[in-house]
Design a protein around this ligand. Structure first.
Ligand code: DC
Length: 219
């Protein structure tokens, strides 16, 4: 079974698209960002400085993660699926993810999970580092205005009190951090197909990716 890599910046719609493609082609989806988020949450809960590489690596002894196929994320027996979806955890995850030894550990875990094939991994470095041999590599992108608008609409639909400019600033800050870190920064793999989702509907993005998968004669 083939593997699919989907990378791209935050709020480009990776999760929604990944869920639909995984369902359509019977692949198991792994949200690698959730693993960095679980680590970020542990750092916040234990008052660990996310800049301190050694201290963050030490947290791995408390990182018992169970990534359920339905997307539920269990950390040390607790369902943290919702708790990891906030801006504080996003930034903690992004900062913790810049450390080389932290990445090495999570990349190894991700590669072990995907090794028998039939997986769809979404993240930042899947096409470049985690699954360099993935048959299908997609890079989803959109300008920060569009991505901020999507995040804003999502928060408003959940009745959250949010400010568009703050959301946009946070997205741009995280983009900068993820794209400019020294170790495996976010970038499109040479053999990934770029899809700019700014003016596409979800159905159109799914159709574009389906075409790529089917053209590769894998289904
Ligand atoms: O995809 P996400 O927004 O849930 O990811 C949270 C952070 O984790 C992101 O800002 C950078 C980091 N990350 C990473 O470095 N590599 C990945 N494969 C996935 C996420």
């Amino acid at each position: 079974m083939f593997n699919v890599a989907i990378d791209g910046p935050s709020a480009a719609g990776k999760s929604t698209i990944a869920n639909l493609i995984a369902e359509k082609y019977n692949l198991v989806k792994l949200d690698t960002g959730a693993m960095y988020r679980a680590l970020g949450l542990l750092a916040i809960q234990s008052n660990t400085d996310v800049e301190d590489e050694e201290a963050i690596v030490a947290l791995f002894s408390d990182l018992n993660l169970d990534m359920k196929a339905d997307g539920t994320i269990i950390l040390n027996g607790q369902d943290i699926s919702n708790e990891i979806r906030n801006d504080k955890v996003s930034m903690a995850a992004s900062t913790a993810s810049k450390h080389e030894s932290v990445r090495a550990k999570l990349v190894k875990l991700q590669q072990d999970i995907a090794k028998q094939g039939g997986y769809l991994l979404e993240g930042r470095d899947i096409g470049t580092v985690v699954l360099p041999d993935a048959k299908i590599k997609i890079y989803l992108d959109a300008n920060s205005e569009t991505r901020a608008q999507r995040r804003y609409d999502e928060y408003i639909s959940k009745n959250l009190d949010v400010n568009f400019d703050d959301i946009k600033k946070d997205i741009e800050k995280r983009d900068y951090q993820d794209m400019n870190r020294e170790h495996s920064p976010l970038k499109q793999a040479d053999d990934a197909v770029l899809i700019d989702v700014s003016s596409l509907t979800i159905d159109e993005v799914v159709a574009a990716i389906s075409k790529i998968i089917e053209q590769k004669n894998e289904v």
